[in-house]
Write a protein that binds this ligand. Sequence first.
Ligand code: ATP
Length: 454
Amino acid sequence: MPDTILIIDDEAAIRESLAGILVDEGFVPLTAASAEEGLQVLDEKNISLILLDIWMPGMDGLEALRLIKQRFSLPVIMISGHGTIETAVQATRNGAFDFIEKPLSYDKTILSIKKGLQLAQLERDNQLLRENGPAVAHLIGNSPLMAHLRQQIERVAPTDAWVLIRGGHGTGKELVAQTIHRHSLRSKHPMVAVNCAAIPEELIESELFGHVKGAFTGATENKKGKFDQANGSTLFLDEIGDMSQKSQAKVLRILQEQKFERVGGSRTIEVDVRVLAATNKNLEEEIEQGHFRADLFYRLNVVPLVVPDLAERREDIPLLVAEFVKQFSHKGIGWRHFSADALDMLQRHHWPGNVRELRNLVERLVIMTPGEEIGAEDVALFLGNVPLHPPPAQPVDPMYRHLSFKDARRRFETDYLSAKIEENDGNISKTAEQIGMERSHLHKKVKALGIAVK
Ligand SMILES: Nc1ncnc2c1ncn2[C@@H]1O[C@H](COP(=O)(O)OP(=O)(O)OP(=O)(O)O)[C@@H](O)[C@H]1O
């Protein structure tokens, strides 16, 4: 989408010639004949950069620059016919990005505009990276379900299709969205994420679409929404099932026309945004109950992705544990290692909170276990009394398969006691003590079973 550049200059000839140059270079020019008019345009339009004359009747360029910088973070290039070093220094101090002199050189002006736009984009990206936290993790897991999901991601990522990601809490829906974005043509800008469930219903619209000053109590300034921030990039709408009907209607319109209006505003804003949406709600049920728009659901669900519950891909648990141990060790905790029994126990847990629950548990264990090895006892301590997924039933040992219960028991007792007595070199007292049995009782058993003692 082309950048819109605002030219504020009282000389009509300058405005016209600059506008012509800008059109030739693929920008959209807007013009204002005074600082006051320029400030008005800024309130109403989505401007990427300003060319601002210094000497104008009424409010001069330096004062306008001060007001603009207070309210917007936009690159401003000052232009002047009577440039002096002092005014240039003053303008830079007030936050001007560059200073060019009349008569304007075509090349210099375009170069300065391009640099200013690049810098603004870098600043926006940095801001988003700061807001969205550290670098994105990789999707771990080799189970057939994860391999299938990865294939689907690879197929859909480079297209511009909107995607609905479904799955339980903490299964990794946001990570899937990040992975799609990272493999998309929009990946040079950060993805913008919004958790619709975390924002009070009355503020969702303003958060997503922005608002104009005075739209509601507390709206003291014009504010850009997440759709503006994500222009040219990807917007991740988490918990889309929690969005109000009004917001759903607006999102549907963006999907169809890439247009929306700010809260309280009448101007239509065009954006180029790809939306990835996620939900753990049953949207079909929400539609039936009249809470979710069927048309939005069908438009979003063109490429449905389902992130499986962790309990459906237990084979991924050892890999995930290894990855999380690595992440936490980097935080200065030191290396830990999970014993085979501990991993087995983790694989039998039912994980209602999915990967997030596993990650939190590994973090707690890594911090709280003093030794290097984390054993099944440590895991049991932290998992508490939560019922474990029962281990799959083992087939009956062929040795007992055709015996009655009584004979199988006799066979087991004979084998077990013979082995234990041999281990203790035929010493009945030592054996009884080791296996927790009365000595006299063991004697009777040995006799009854006909075990030969050396
Ligand atoms: N396959 C995976 N590989 C590595 N880490 C994962 C994986 N899946 C999830 N995680 C991690 O688990 C945590 C939860 O994942 P995420 O936030 O993506 O889940 P979600 O489904 O969006 O959760 P919610 O439903 O609560 O919004 C994050 O720290 C994420 O990095």
